[in-house]
Design a protein around this ligand. Structure first.
Ligand code: GDG
Length: 485
């Protein structure tokens, strides 16, 4: 029997760090926060872990390697940086990843730019990741690759002769076959995915879409559905196990962080500024998948249809800048700004502005204070892998808050029964859901939010990590169980 893995290596597009300057100007590494890092941190420490990803700096900047080496002791596991040239950042990250896979997998094929040179660079950069993995990998390492930028990593590793156990988790949706077929590199992408031993999707719908594509496009493979997880069998390589593993948050940590004296103070300031008005909250990265313009129009339709709500309700929309180097994103920013000013121009009255628009990343404490102050969260992506904001609001928001959620967010699979679900393309339907949210009896609201919390407590981020690693036959310590397939 071959030597079995007992180390864990996480591979993601970006390393979970940011580089900050100290008071004297020297650069230093700051570990990033966030659900994925928090959940993986203890496992990486136990399993002599390694994290591989792009540092976010330019190719020539070698100081990051030294900084990472020094930081390893305080972080508790090692990190290794991938260096990307300007051209690679443009064609791999902005190009293939974010002008092809991202829009296509979110059902927005008209936004794709199928530039053939993007694929070559995508392959080349995935090879770069594989080469770095190969340098730091040992026979007993389990390699867990994250997300759509790195689909081809297992394929590249196999070509380097690495016969490791490799898992992959797709954080974004997997599209319906009618959309997937448009991809000029559809066979390469499917074959690339089948080089993994375990593939994880966010929802059952994504998993089924994937299986349908495999059956239609790769007639030589067979799917065995007899076990807990479907197995894709190939003639000439290891079987691929597939499953869905909805990602989540650490609800205890969020609740505690939302109730510190600093957040209490910010919360009071927000409540005072809005006096008795109800706050509806939207929080998104700047992205055309998030449905922000449609949402603004729905809010406008609410004010038009129910004028009695004017001056009694406000929308606070936080938009975090993202990918502005891509023209689609720069255009979206303009569209949002224009809609906000049109709606505010039309409805503002003395002492009341209908939309409070925040275009920047808020400090976490302020975001949590907004969650607590919001009567309802309006989360209406056109399509979303999961949407963690929905879970964060349900946990941190008021005990009688309301979640309004797009039926096309992965989170709806778990949370739709106790939220008001909407078709985000239906402006009047979303306006009606908003009306229902502000008029819903308090007891009903309390009951719904407590059921949402119960579900999120049960299926938290630790459940996600455990379930994936169990499916991979990896124990929490990182060791692959003896005798497992
Ligand atoms: C991808 C998939 C999937 C937002 N604004 C601020 C801020 N945030 C934080 C939120 C939340 C995170 O950013 C956003 O997570 P989402 O899940 O909503 O969306 P994506 O970034 O698109 O993530 C998605 C996810 O991967 C995980 O698998 O759910 O479907 O697209 O945690 O709290 N944080 C701070 N200030 C802000 O202004 N500090």
């Amino acid at each position: 029997m071959q030597e079995l893995p007992n180390r864990l290596m996480i591979v993601s597009n970006r390393l979970p760090i940011s580089i900050a300057e100290q008071a004297d100007g020297t650069p230093t590494i700051k570990p990033a926060s966030g659900g994925l890092v928090t959940a993986l941190d203890p496992i990486l420490r136990q399993a002599r872990g390694t994290w591989i990803g792009w540092s976010g700096t330019n190719e020539a900047d070698q100081t990051v390697d030294q900084l990472l080496e020094h930081a390893a002791n305080s972080i508790g596991y090692s990190m290794h940086a991938i260096h990307l040239s300007q051209e690679e950042q443009e064609k791999f990250y902005l190009g293939f990843s974010n002008e092809i896979i991202w829009p296509l997998f979110h059902d927005l094929q008209s936004r794709c730019n199928f530039d053939p040179s993007y694929w070559t660079t995508y392959e080349q950069v995935n090879r770069k990741y594989a080469e770095t993995i190969a340098q730091h990998y040992r026979d007993d390492t389990y390699i867990w690759v994250q997300d759509y930028q790195l689909i081809n990593v297992a394929c590249e590793l196999r070509q380097l002769g690495i016969d490791a156990h490799i898992g992959f988790f797709l954080h974004i949706p997997f599209p319906h076959i009618d959309i997937f077929l448009k991809l000029p590199w559809r066979e390469q992408i499917l074959n690339g995915l089948l080089e993994y031993d375990l593939l994880g999707f966010q929802t059952n719908r994504d998993l089924n879409n994937f299986l349908i594509c495999v059956e239609a496009l790769l007639p030589d493979v067979e799917i065995d559905r007899s076990g807990e997880y479907p197995l894709i069998l190939h003639a000439d390589r290891n079987p691929t196990k597939v499953g869905f593993f909805p990602i989540s948050i650490d609800p205890q940590e969020f609740r505690a962080a939302a109730h510190t004296p600093n957040v209490d103070n910010l919360y009071s300031q927000i409540r005072e500024a809005f006096s008795e008005r109800k706050i509806i909250l939207g929080v998104d990265r700047l992205d055309y998948t998030k449905g922000i313009p449609d949402r603004l129009q729905a809010f406008s339709a609410l004010l038009e249809t129910y004028p009695e709500l004017q001056q009694k309700i406000s929308l606070t929309q936080v938009v975090v800048p993202s990918r502005e180097d891509i023209s689609e994103y720069a255009d979206l920013k303009q569209t949002i700004q224009q809609l906000v000013s049109e709606i505010n121009g039309k409805y503002t009255k003395i002492g009341w502005v209908p939309i409070h628009y925040i275009f920047r990343s808020l400090p976490r404490e302020e975001l949590l204070a907004y969650y607590r102050a919001a009567h309802a969260a309006l989360i209406t992506p056109l399509k979303d892998g999961m949407n963690l904001v929905a879970k964060e609001y349900a946990v941190c928001g008021p005990d009688d808050g309301v979640l309004i959620l797009s039926e096309f967010a992965g989170a709806a699979m778990q949370l739709s029964e106790h939220s008001l679900t909407v078709n985000p393309y239906d402006i009047n339907g979303t306006a009606q859901a908003l009306y229902n949210a502000v008029t819903m009896p308090r007891l009903e609201r309390i009951e719904h939010i407590s059921k949402l919390r119960h579900s999120i407590n049960q299926y938290d981020i630790y459940w996600w990590v455990d379930t994936f690693l169990q499916a991979a036959n990896v124990k929490r310590s990182g060791a692959i169980e003896q005798g497992s397939s």
